[in-house]
Design a protein around this ligand. Structure first.
Ligand code: PMP
Length: 454
């Protein structure tokens, strides 16, 4: 542990460390919080403050902090073989075993994994693989990928282009060509006078309209998060996925379901594709794959796509130095063992998720809250000025940021997306910890209301 005190660390941080997704001028003025250690669902900062981590790090620490088994798996693997590549006909035992273990929990028609180093890299792989697939099929025109406004698929050039975040697109002439966006299924924010069910159908039909507009010989794939995470835990209306499935059955395009957040138990199934009964061709994964203990990502690939690549042959000129990294793979394998042996997915489905959803539903009674929604261990709370009309506060994000800051001051991490508060706690969160999370959230909402004078 660092012997430097908080002020010295902050000064050094400001002098040398450029943070991701940060206004560097603003950060210099506000200073940083230094997170020093963690155990279970709790974090401690360098001032000794204990905080309940309602976001599982960045949606990734699924089995919770402090599991020595994962540290030991990394240690042993690093002593034995810290690194070797999977190029040039080589491979390594942990990567092989992890690919098999993932195939065992993936949907039945998906039996192969392409390893990457992160979720963003996984979506770069998706872009390359979709185009490679259609080239091999003799349909090279099918290059366009349809995505959604306010989706998130990472921060590399392909990831940010596939994503539908306008602020990201504005920086650097994105999206790159061949990626188009349709509206998102965000009923609370954009449903207007339609019922959720009507809006779900409408939003799904935007896919069909876009395919027809572009022409089926131009469209290679549709990519979506099963539940949009970074966009604000946006859960599509019940009608959405069935209508998307109806459309996909009509047109020959690939389905890419981005499981970077939802994969590895978040919804109470191994993958949200199983929760929504979807049959993807490609599933980008990361985060919960190693519970964040070491960086790793991948793309789970359907038999249909693999068979095409094997049948036609020819090198796929794509891969990363750290594809199938032995130490990350060893950690991933141990993470999966723990999830299976301790029945963590079953725990989410049968105990933690029903309890969390029941408890957070009560927050809808609060005068600032327009809607509470959730699936599994994902939750969102919409902060509004007027519950009846869904009217927002002026200056989008101001109230959300206030709420987020008060959360931290009260020992709770929740994230703000505009004025939507979101949560995604470790999957191992207990009932009493859920009680603590919801009690703190209510107390913070009161403090926000008080500061706003409402
Ligand atoms: N896809 C989704 C759905 C994500 O939520 C994220 C990260 N939040 C990514 C991709 C990108 O992952 P990474 O940050 O590991 O590159």
């Amino acid at each position: 542990m660092s012997k430097l005190n908080t002020a010295a660390l902050q000064a050094m941080d400001a002098a040398h460390y450029l943070h991701p997704f940060t206004d560097h001028k603003d950060l210099g003025a506000r200073g940083t919080r230094i997170i020093e250690r963690a155990e279970g669902v709790y974090l401690w900062d360098s001032e000794g403050n204990k905080v309940l981590d309602g976001m599982a790090g960045l949606w990734c620490v699924n089995i919770g902090y402090g599991r020595t088994e994962l540290a030991e798996a990394a240690y042993k693997q690093m002593l034995k073989l810290p690194y070797y590549n999977s190029f040039f006909q080589c491979t390594n035992p942990p990567a092989i075993e992890l690919a098999k273990a993932i195939a065992e929990v993936a949907p039945e028609h998906m039996n192969h994994v392409f390893f990457t180093g992160s979720g963003s890299e996984s979506n770069d792989t998706v872009l390359r693989m979709v185009r490679r697939y259609w080239d091999l099929k003799g349909k090279p025109g099918k290059k366009t990928i349809i995505s959604r406004v306010n989706g998130y698929h990472g921060s590399t050039v392909a990831g940010a282009s596939l994503g539908g975040m306008s602020v990201m697109h504005e920086q650097g002439d994105l999206p790159i060509p061949g990626i188009v966006h349709i509206p998102q299924p965000y009923w609370y924010g954009e449903g207007g006078d339609m019922s959720p069910d009507e809006f779900g159908i409408w939003a799904a039909q935007q896919l069909e309209a876009k395919i027809q507009e572009l022409g089926i010989d131009q469209v290679g794939a549709f990519i979506a998060e099963p539940i949009q995470g970074a966009g604000g835990v946006i859960i599509p209306p019940d009608t959405y996925w069935p209508e998307i499935k109806r459309i996909l059955a009509k047109y020959d395009i690939l389905l890419v379901i981005d499981e970077v957040i939802c994969g590895f138990g978040r919804t109470g199934q191994w993958f949200a594709s199983q929760h929504y009964d979807l049959k993807p061709d490609l599933m980008p994964i990361a985060k919960g794959m190693t519970s964040g203990y070491l960086p790793m990502g991948g793309v789970i690939v359907s038999d249909r796509v693999v068979e095409t690549m094997v049948e036609h042959g020819g090198e796929f000129y794509h891969g990363y130095t750290y594809s199938g990294h032995p130490a990350s793979a060893a950690v991933g394998l141990e993470n999966l063992r723990i999830m299976r042996d301790e029945k963590i997915v079953e725990y989410v489905r049968e105990e933690a998720a029903p309890y969390l959803q029941e408890k957070i539903a009560g927050l809808a009674e609060h005068r600032l809250v327009g809607e509470v929604r959730g699936v599994g261990l994902l939750g969102a709370i919409e902060l509004v000025k007027d519950k009846a009309t869904r009217e927002r506060f002026p200056d989008k994000g101001t109230v959300g940021t206030l709420c987020r800051d008060l959360c931290v001051a009260n020992g709770l991490v929740m994230r703000a997306v505009g004025d939507t508060m979101i949560m995604s706690p470790p999957l191992v969160i207990s009932r009493s910890e859920i009680d603590e999370l919801v009690d703190k959230a209510w107390k913070v909402l009161d403090q926000v209301a008080e500061q706003l004078g409402v």
